[in-house]
Each structure stands twice: as structure tokens, then as C-alpha cells.
Design a protein around this ligand. Structure first.
Ligand code: HEM
Length: 195
């Protein structure tokens, strides 16, 4: 059954799946990034990369869904600044959900390590390097890799310190201060929001 006040089952599933994987991958990136090297780091970073590529594919699916479907209508009582902020945060998430794995893929493609340890997609097949980056002369690949590494770090920080807190605080404000039931738009077992 469809309800114009809430997201569809597909959109809800993708939302929670991507959210859980993003949180897990930030953890893996931080822990793996701090490790000195060795087999454990390689295993952890392989998991980070394969999860990151999966986030990229799921996010592209979510974006395709978003561009072809109307999201549920927002509550009419929302102030203009609340609607504007919600839109900025939502589209900010798409930038990060796609830009973060792309920058990680580009950084990894620029590294000579990929020739020894290709990105294994959940052990099923080798995910390719970005050819025009991995084919660059060593010194160019190194500086490109550093630039994408910086981008990766900045996007991860934007996710953790800006987007995620704004998104969660906004949701909690609606649920517990405004009591307008907005969380029912995206949590399947809650009642739909008031019109
Ligand atoms: C949305 C998915 C992803 C998230 C949330 C994420 C998050 C992070 C974070 C928080 C770090 C540590 C901060 C830093 O040093 O930059 C990191 C590092 C890293 N990530 Fe990702 N990442 C994602 C996707 C990817 C992908 C797809 C790849 C490669 C295919 C990748 C490769 C790396 C590498 C090589 C590092 C550096 C590790 C080191 O310092 O040794 N990441 N990532």
C-alpha cells in the first residue's frame, strides 16, 4: 500500500542499508587508516574498499530512485528555513555518498599497491582500477592520489561532523520537540506523520 506521506519500502530499505554501511565504513576507514601496515590492515582496508564500492552502487540506485519518484510531501507547518536546510542536507548526503567512494576509488587507483592487491568485490571478482589514473606516470599518480586522499578525508569529515549531526538532530527535533511525527516518513514501524 502506498502512502503519500511516507517513503516507499524500496526508499526506506536503501536509506537504512546505506546509513548502516556508511557508519561501518567510517569506522573501518578510521581504524584502518591509523594502522601501521601488515596483514590485518590489508584485510580491514579490503573490507573498507569493497563496502565503499557497494555504497557507491547503492547510492547511485538511490539517486536514480530519487530522480524518478516524488519524495513524500513535507509537513505544511515547516518553516521556509527548515525546508531549505533539509534540502541542503539531503543533497549534501548524495554528494558525500557518491563523492566519498569515488575519491577513495581514485586514490586507490593512483597507488602502486593496487597492482599487488586489487580491490576484491566481496571475494567474487576484482573491481577494476580507474584506468586513466593507474596508467599515469608514477610522480603524477602520486600527486593525484594525494589530492583525492585529501578530498576523501574532507568529505568523511563533512559527513561525520556536519551532515550526520544536522540530519539526526533535525529528525530528533521534529520527533520530540515539534512532535509532528516526521520520523514516520522513513521508519516503517512508526505511524505516518500528521498531514
Ligand atoms: C562511502 C564510502 C566510504 C567512506 C564512508 C569512507 C571513509 C573513510 C574514512 C573515514 C577514512 C579515514 C580518513 C582518511 O584518512 O581519509 C578513509 C580512508 C581511506 N579510504 Fe575510504 N571511505 C569510503 C570509500 C572508500 C573506497 C570505495 C575506497 C577505495 C576503493 C576507499 C579507500 C580508502 C583508503 C585507501 C583510505 C586511506 C587509508 C590509510 O590511510 O591507509 N574508501 N575512508
Amino acid at each position: 500500500m502506498t502512502d503519500a506521506r511516507r517513503y516507499s519500502a524500496v526508499a526506506m530499505t536503501l536509506h537504512w542499508l546505506i546509513a548502516a554501511m556508511l557508519i561501518a565504513n567510517v569506522g573501518l576507514g578510521w581504524v584502518g587508516g591509523d594502522m601501521e601496515g601488515g596483514e590485518q590492515k590489508i584485510q580491514l582496508m579490503q573490507l573498507h574498499k569493497t563496502m565503499g564500492i557497494s555504497i557507491l552502487l547503492l547510492s547511485l540506485a538511490r539517486l536514480a530512485w530519487r530522480l524518478t519518484h516524488r519524495p513524500p510531501v513535507m509537513n505544511s507547518h515547516l518553516k521556509a528555513w527548515e525546508k531549505a536546510l533539509a534540502h541542503i542536507v539531503h543533497w549534501g548526503f548524495y554528494v558525500v555518498m557518491i563523492g566519498l567512494p569515488l575519491s577513495g576509488w581514485a586514490m586507490t587507483s593512483a597507488s602502486p599497491v593496487i597492482k599487488i592487491y586489487p580491490i576484491s568485490f566481496w571475494g567474487l571478482f576484482d573491481w577494476p582500477a580507474i584506468g586513466f589514473i593507474s596508467d599515469l606516470p608514477r610522480d603524477q599518480a602520486k600527486s593525484i592520489g594525494q589530492a583525492f586522499g585529501l578530498g576523501h578525508d574532507v568529505l568523511a569529515k563533512a559527513l561525520v561532523y556536519v551532515l550526520f549531526p544536522l540530519h539526526v538532530l533535525g529528525a530528533l527535533k521534529h520527533q520530540f520537540l515539534d512532535k509532528d511525527g516526521e520520523l514516520g516518513r522513513i521508519i516503517p514501524f512508526l505511524p505516518p506523520p500528521k498531514a
